[in-house]
Write a protein that binds this ligand. Structure first.
Ligand SMILES: Cc1ncc(COP(=O)(O)O)c(C=O)c1O
Length: 415
């Protein structure tokens, strides 16, 4: 019998480009240089450039190992109920009207990525008007892939001002105002990736006003709660404000960064229905459809990370320890920001470096050009994304001087 004619030939399926971030990680690993610096991937590192297991996570993990009541059965489709209930309280606040009025539904997801995807899929299938979804320019690169894959049409709103290396607030507001009524606007709740630039609370209020006028739908992506400022409530302020303002909205919540549970894929998706007589009924319907979507994609979410997070979220003493761990991580990053700015200013490196300490969270958009990034990599073995973004967690007391020297040299050479 002869072979069948193949359909999926190399010509039919074009080779996809390597994921830039994971490609960068690989190049870093393969670089034999001793003084190499990894500022690529957004994962926390301690002062010795090592992954940090949060002490509170270790504690919760030990307790789980010694808990005779646990087994390896499936979770329910929506995940671990005590986890989703606690995640919900954390993101909208335990006294939120959305919880009181039973108009929020929550499902455990495959970390933040899974939550963004589930939300995108839901909007794509159930939004009656098929609106465009607007992303900040720039945004986390995966947003484009996730939302395109579920068939949503994408638009952009300006976000970053190259001149001030801060928020292009007027551009952002104008674009949101100019988007067709009823558009979906994706908003980073805090610690915007990749720029590290967030609106102030006053600016959030203005964004909410314009979104209300235009009847836009807010889709919050919250990957850094507590990790940005060290204060969980402060980092969720924008979401809680929009809920207070009676918006119908959704939230993708990740526990990767704030628990250091990157590989455990722990997250949640929340949908808040607008207040009204029909709200809790609508919420129940939405929950039932989300469950169907979840069932067809992952059947049910993984248990391990959710058990760890749930232990901590539901135990007041462990919760306190977690808050201290969050302050350790965000505090170290803030120290690195100060240290880098100080060193560049001391050297008189051309340009202004105030944005390094003005920006917040895991990332800083340095303003370095693609050409400068290339020299940093080829000559100095410093790895960062082409757009000049650095993961602040990759800096530490051992490499800060070296990195400042490298930046100073490259900026002088090229300016
Ligand atoms: C803005 C944003 N959203 C979502 C995620 C999802 O992360 P994870 O799937 O690891 O929770 C990230 C991670 O880098 C992010 O920066």
């Amino acid at each position: 019998m002869g072979s069948t004619t193949p359909v999926f030939t190399a010509q039919a399926v074009a080779a996809a480009p390597e994921d830039p971030l994971f490609g960068l990680m690989k190049a870093y690993r393969e670089d034999p240089a001793e003084n190499k610096v990894d500022l690529g991937i957004g994962a926390y590192r301690d002062d010795n450039a090592k992954p940090w297991i949060l002490p509170v996570v270790k504690k919760a993990d030990n307790a789980i190992h010694n808990d005779p009541t646990l087994n390896h059965e499936y979770l329910s489709i929506g995940g671990l109920p005590e986890f989703t209930a606690a995640a919900q309280k954390l993101i909208v606040g335990s006294d939120s009207p959305a919880i009181r009025e039973k108009r929020i539904c929550s499902l455990q997801t495959i970390s933040g990525t899974g939550a963004v995807h589930l939300g995108g899929l839901f909007l794509s299938k159930f939004h009656p008007n098929k609106p465009s979804l607007y992303l900040s320019s720039p945004t986390w690169a995966n947003h484009h892939q996730i939302f395109t894959n579920v068939g949503l049409t994408l638009g952009n709103y300006p976000y970053f001002s190259k001149e001030t290396k801060g928020l292009d607030f007027d551009g952002m507001l104008q674009a949101i105002q100019g988007a067709p009524a009823g558009s979906v606007i994706l908003l980073h709740a805090c610690a915007h990736n990749p720029t590290g630039v967030d609106p102030t609370q006053e600016q959030w209020k203005q964004i909410a006003t314009v979104m209300r006028q235009k009847n836009h739908f807010p889709f919050f992506d919250c990957a850094y709660q507590g990790f940005a400022s060290g204060d969980l409530a402060r980092d969720a302020w924008a979401i809680q404000y929009f809920v207070e303002q009676r918006f119908e909205l959704c939230v993708a919540q990740s526990f990767a960064k704030n628990f250091g549970l990157y590989g455990e894929r722990t997250g949640a998706f929340h949908f808040v229905s607008a207040p009204g007589a029909d709200a809790s009924n609508a919420s129940a319907h939405i929950a039932s459809q989300l469950a169907i979507l979840q069932r067809s994609e992952i059947s049910n979410p993984p248990a391990y990370g959710a058990r760890i997070a749930s232990r901590v979220l539901n135990d007041p003493a462990l919760f306190k320890e977690w808050e201290a761990d969050l302050r350790t991580m965000s505090g170290r990053i803030q120290e690195m920001r100060k240290g880098l700015r100080l060193r560049l200013e001391k050297r008189g490196t051309p340009g202004s470096w105030a944005h390094i300490t003005d920006q917040i969270g895991m990332f800083s958009f340095t303003g370095l050009s693609e050409g400068q990034v290339k020299v940093l990599r080829d000559k100095w073995h410093v790895y960062m994304t082409k757009n000049g973004r650095i993961s602040m967690a990759g800096l530490n007391s051992h490499n800060l001087d070296y990195f400042a020297e490298a930046v100073d040299s490259v900026v002088r050479e090229t300016s």
